[in-house]
Design a protein around this ligand. Structure first.
Ligand code: IVH
Length: 759
C-alpha cells in the first residue's frame, strides 16, 4: 500500500472546498469589475486570487470546473443595454511579468513556426492602455454599432454613447478614395489623468461617488444609460486591433495601425516595430521610462507578431492568441494587511521576524511573506536606538507597505498607522524560542535575539543540516533544503550522522527508518501549527494546513524513500550513491560543514591547511581554552584566526552534545583527507608564506592568491617574522615598511610573475 494516497485524498478534499469558495469569489469579482465597474478588490488582490485558483487547478486538475472563472473574459453583460454578439470574439492577452518570459514567448513562437533563432521575426510593441476595450463596427464607412467586450462573446451595445466620443469617427476617412464594406475597429476607450481629476472634482461638488482610477471612470462613463453624461466625460480612444472585415485590413500589424490612422483614428505614437526578443525588452523598458510622463494609464506593453499571415498560423488558445503577449509593468511595492508576525529560527539560532501578509501581487509575484529584519526594526528604531519611520512601530493587523526589488526577499517598508484599529497593541518580541521554547537572548550591541537551545531546537537542527549538505560543505547532490525538511519531519534525520545511516535503515524497514521518534512529538509539542505547516511543506503539500497531517504523516514515515512524495527508485538510488561518495571528505569541508559560528569557508581552509589532519585539529581544539595555554596559542597564531573565532570553536567542541554529534559523524566517515595537494617540487614558492600588498596591475588579488596557493605557497594577510616574501604593488604602505624592518624579501608584481613563471 502506498501511504501517500490518504494524504493526497485529504488534500484533494481541502482543495475542493477551497476552490469552490474561491470560484464564487472570483465570479463575484469578475462581475463587480466588468459588469458593475465597481471592483470588489484591488488589481493585486484579484491577481493573487486568480493565481491561487490556477495553482489549485494545476495541482488537482480533475477539480477544475468546466467553466472555470479563470477562463472567463470579463463578466456577462449588465442589463440595461442591448446585447451584441461579437462576430469575432474579443479575447484577452496572456500576461507575463519579467524579461525572461519575453524571451520565452519569442522562443515558443519560433518553435511553433519552426523558425530558427537566427531568422528575422518582427513584432510590434504597443503600450497596453489601461482602459476598457471597445469595438466599433463600420458599415460602408459609417459607424453602425459600438459594443463593449462583455464576456468576450457577447457585449453591450453602447453605440449612442460611443457616438458622443470625439476621437471616434462617425465616418471612416477613405483611403485612396475607398472605404471597405465592413470593418470592425477595436481599441481602448480611456480617460486622461487631467479629465479624471476634473471629473472627480465635479463628482465631489455634486456629492456623487468618486471613481477609484481613470479606468473605472472610463468604464462608468461609457456604460451610462444617458449618452449626455458620456458626452460630458471626454472619453478618448486608441485603435489597435480589428474584428470582422470584408477585405483584408493589412499584411502586417504596423501597417494596419497606419491604415487606422489614415481612416481617422488615433493610434498610440509609442507603438513601434521590434526585431527579436532583445529589442522587445529594450522597447519595454523605454516605454516604462516614458510611463510617468504620460497623461493616461498604461499597465504594460503588448507585443504582437507583425505578420498577419504568421498570426494566422499561430492562431489561438482558448482565450488568448498565441501571437501576442502582454508584458506587464512590475510594481515594486504594494500595500497589504500584515496578518501575523512569525518568528523563524536560523542555523545559528537567530530569531528572524517574518511578516505573514494577506497575499499581494507585486510585479507578478504573489507575496505572502516579507522580512521584518529584527526586533528593533519592528519597534521603529535602528540598531543605535534612533527612530526609523519617524518611530512608527509595526503591529499585527497593520496596513503595511511591502517592497520587492529584484530577487531579494520582500520586506515590510512602511506602515500606515491611521488604519490601525482601537484594539491594536504593540508587538511583543518573544523572549523564548518559538520552536523549542529555550531562552532567547540578545548579545550586547546586537539587534539579533538568539535561541539558546542549540541542536535540540528543531529549527536550528534543520538549518544546520541544510548547511551541512550544502555545496561548499558536504555537497550531497539530491539533498537540499526541501529534502532535509522532509527527512527531518519524517524523523529520519536529526543530525549529520543520520544521513550516512539512512540507506541502511531504509532497507531494514519501517521501524529502523525512524532515527529519533521523539522528534515529531517534539516539533508538534512546541508549536503544532508551525510543525504541521513544515510537514505539509516537506511532503509537497505547500499551502495547506490540514489538521490530520500528523496522523497521516506517522504512517508516511514508515514508508520507504522510493515511495515518498517526490521520490522514486532512481532518485532514491542516486541519493544513496551521492551520500556514500561523501564518506571520504576533505578536511576543510568537514570543518566548514560543522556550522560553527564565525567559521566560514575561508577560516575552515586556514584551519585545514594548518592542522593537515582531523586528529591534530580535533586534539588542539578540544584541549584549547580561552584561558590560554599552548593549544590556544597555537590556534590564534594562525594567520586569519582571531580570538572570537577560536573561542567559538573551542566552545562548540566543549559542549557535550555537540561533541557527541561530531563523534557520531566521524564514526560514519571513511576518511578525512588533507586539503593540500603536495606542493610541486619545482615551485620556487612552495611552502613559503607570501603577503600581497598594494595594487596588483596584471591580475586581481583573488587570482594572485589562487595562483600562489596552487604553487604550494601560503598566502597571509599580515607581515610577520614568518613571512618569506612580500609582493608589493603601487600604494603599498605599512606592510611594506614592516617587511623592510624585518628584512623580509620584497618583490614587485613583475618579479613575482617571473618567479612563478609568468601569467
Ligand atoms: S490586443 C487578441 N493591444 O488589453 C488580443 N489589447 O488583456 C486583442 N489592451 O482586452 C487585444 N492595449 O482591453 C491589444 N495595444 C493593445 C492594447 C490592448 C490595451 C487591452 C485590451 C484587451 C486587453 C487584453
Amino acid at each position: 500500500m502506498n501511504d501517500r494516497k490518504p494524504v493526497e485524498e485529504l488534500m484533494r478534499e481541502e482543495a475542493g472546498a477551497e476552490l469552490a469558495g474561491l470560484y464564487d469569489l472570483l465570479r463575484r469579482a469578475n462581475r463587480a469589475y466588468y459588469a458593475d465597474s465597481d471592483p470588489l478588490m484591488s488589481d493585486a488582490e484579484y491577481d493573487a486570487l486568480k493565481h491561487r485558483v490556477r495553482a489549485i487547478e494545476a495541482r488537482f486538475s480533475d477539480l477544475k470546473a468546466p467553466h472555470s472563472p479563470t477562463e472567463e473574459i470579463g463578466a456577462p453583460p449588465a442589463s440595461g443595454f442591448a446585447k451584441v454578439a461579437h462576430e469575432v470574439p474579443m479575447l484577452s492577452l496572456e500576461d507575463v511579468f519579467d524579461d525572461e518570459s519575453v524571451h520565452e514567448f519569442d522562443r515558443s513562437v519560433r518553435k511553433f513556426l519552426g523558425l530558427g533563432a537566427d531568422r528575422p521575426l518582427a513584432y510590434t510593441a504597443e503600450p497596453k492602455i489601461d482602459g476598457l476595450s471597445l469595438t466599433l463596427i463600420y458599415e460602408e464607412g459609417r459607424l453602425a454599432r459600438a459594443a463593449t467586450r462583455g464576456d468576450g462573446r457577447v457585449g453591450e451595445d453602447v453605440t449612442a454613447n460611443a457616438m458622443t466620443i470625439r476621437e471616434i469617427p462617425h465616418r471612416l476617412k477613405p483611403i485612396d478614395g475607398h472605404v471597405p464594406d465592413l470593418l470592425e475597429v477595436r481599441g481602448e476607450c480611456y480617460m486622461t489623468h487631467g479629465d479624471f481629476f476634473a471629473l472627480n472634482e465635479r463628482q465631489k461638488e455634486r456629492g456623487q461617488k468618486l471613481f477609484a482610477n481613470p479606468r473605472n471612470a472610463a468604464a462608468g462613463s461609457l456604460r451610462q444609460l444617458d449618452p449626455a453624461i458620456t458626452a460630458e466625460r471626454n472619453l478618448r480612444f486608441f485603435a489597435y486591433a480589428w474584428g470582422a472585415h470584408s477585405e483584408p485590413v493589412a499584411e502586417t500589424q504596423h501597417e494596419a495601425l497606419q491604415r487606422f490612422r489614415a481612416h481617422g483614428f488615433r493610434v498610440n505614437i509609442l507603438s513601434d516595430l521590434c526585431h527579436g526578443a532583445d529589442e522587445m525588452i529594450a522597447r519595454f523598458h523605454a516605454i516604462e521610462e516614458e510611463r510617468p510622463d504620460l497623461d493616461y494609464d498604461i499597465d504594460g506593453v503588448v507585443f504582437k507578431i507583425d505578420s498577419i499571415a504568421l498570426q494566422h498560423r499561430l492562431g489561438y488558445r482558448s482565450t488568448t492568441p498565441r501571437w501576442a503577449i502582454a508584458r506587464k509593468f512590475s510594481p515594486v511595492e504594494a500595500w497589504t494587511w500584515l496578518r501575523k508576525i512569525d518568528i523563524q529560527v536560523g542555523r545559528t539560532g537567530a530569531l528572524s521576524p517574518v511578516a505573514r501578509l494577506k497575499p499581494v501581487n507585486i510585479g507578478g509575484v504573489v507575496v505572502a511573506n516579507a522580512t521584518l529584519h529584527n526586533e528593533d526594526y519592528i519597534a521603529g528604531r535602528d540598531s543605535e536606538g534612533r527612530p526609523i519611520r519617524d518611530g512608527r512601530d509595526i503591529r499585527e493587523g497593520d496596513w503595511v507597505k511591502v517592497y520587492r526589488a529584484g530577487d531579494v526577499i520582500p520586506k515590510v517598508a512602511d506602515v500606515d498607522i491611521t488604519k490601525r484599529g482601537p484594539r491594536s497593541t504593540p508587538y511583543r518580541f518573544p523572549g523564548h524560542c518559538p520552536v523549542c521554547g529555550a531562552l532567547a537572548v540578545r548579545e550586547p550591541g546586537s539587534s539579533v535575539r538568539r535561541c539558546t537551545g542549540g541542536l535540540s531546537c528543531p529549527a536550528q537542527a534543520i538549518e544546520r543540516l541544510v548547511h551541512f549538505v550544502s555545496r561548499p560543505a558536504f555537497d550531497i547532490v539530491g539533498l537540499g533544503e526541501r529534502q532535509i525538511e522532509q527527512f527531518y519531519v519524517l524523523s529520519w534525520i536529526g543530525e549529520p550522522a543520520d544521513i550516512f545511516t539512512l540507506q541502511e535503515r531504509d532497507s531494514r524497514g519501517s521501524k529502523a527508518r525512524l532515527a529519533f521518534e521523539e522528534a515529531l512529538s517534539r516539533i508538534t509539542g512546541t508549536d503544532p501549527a508551525e510543525a504541521r505547516l513544515r510537514m505539509a511543506r516537506a511532503v509537497g503539500l505547500e499551502g495547506y494546513d490540514p489538521t490530520e497531517v500528523p496522523a497521516r504523516f506517522e504512517s508516511l514515515s514508515r514508508t520507504p524513500l522510493a515511495q515518498q512524495y517526490g521520490w522514486g527508485e532512481t532518485s532514491a538510488r542516486n541519493l544513496f550513491a551521492a551520500i556514500a561518495a561523501r564518506r571520504v571528505i576533505r578536511l576543510d569541508r568537514m570543518i566548514f560543514a560543522l556550522g560553527i559560528r564565525h567559521v566560514g569557508q575561508v577560516a575552515a581552509r586556514l584551519l585545514a591547511r594548518h592542522f593537515h589532519s582531523w586528529e591534530t585539529f580535533f586534539e588542539t581544539v578540544t584541549r584549547a581554552g580561552p584561558e590560554g595555554g599552548p593549544e590556544w596559542d597555537d590556534l590564534i597564531a594562525i594567520d586569519g584566526i582571531g580570538p572570537v573565532m577560536a573561542e567559538a570553536l573551542v566552545l562548540a567542541f566543549r559542549q557535550p552534545r555537540e561533541r557527541a554529534l561530531i563523534d557520531r559523524l566521524v564514526a560514519e566517515l571513511r576518511e578525512i583527507t588533507p586539503l593540500e595537494a603536495p606542493a610541486p617540487v619545482d615551485s620556487p614558492v612552495a611552502g613559503k608564506t607570501i603577503v600581497f600588498t598594494g595594487t596588483l596591475e596584471r591580475m586581481t588579488r583573488a587570482e594572485a592568491k589562487a595562483r600562489a596557493e596552487a604553487l604550494g605557497a601560503k598566502v597571509s594577510g599580515s607581515v610577520s617574522a614568518k613571512t618569506d616574501l612580500v609582493v608589493a604593488g603601487p600604494g603599498a604602505g605599512a606592510k611594506r615598511r614592516k617587511a623592510e624592518e624585518l628584512g623580509v624579501r620584497i618583490v614587485d608584481e613583475g618579479e613575482w610573475l617571473e618567479l612563478i613563471g609568468g601569467l
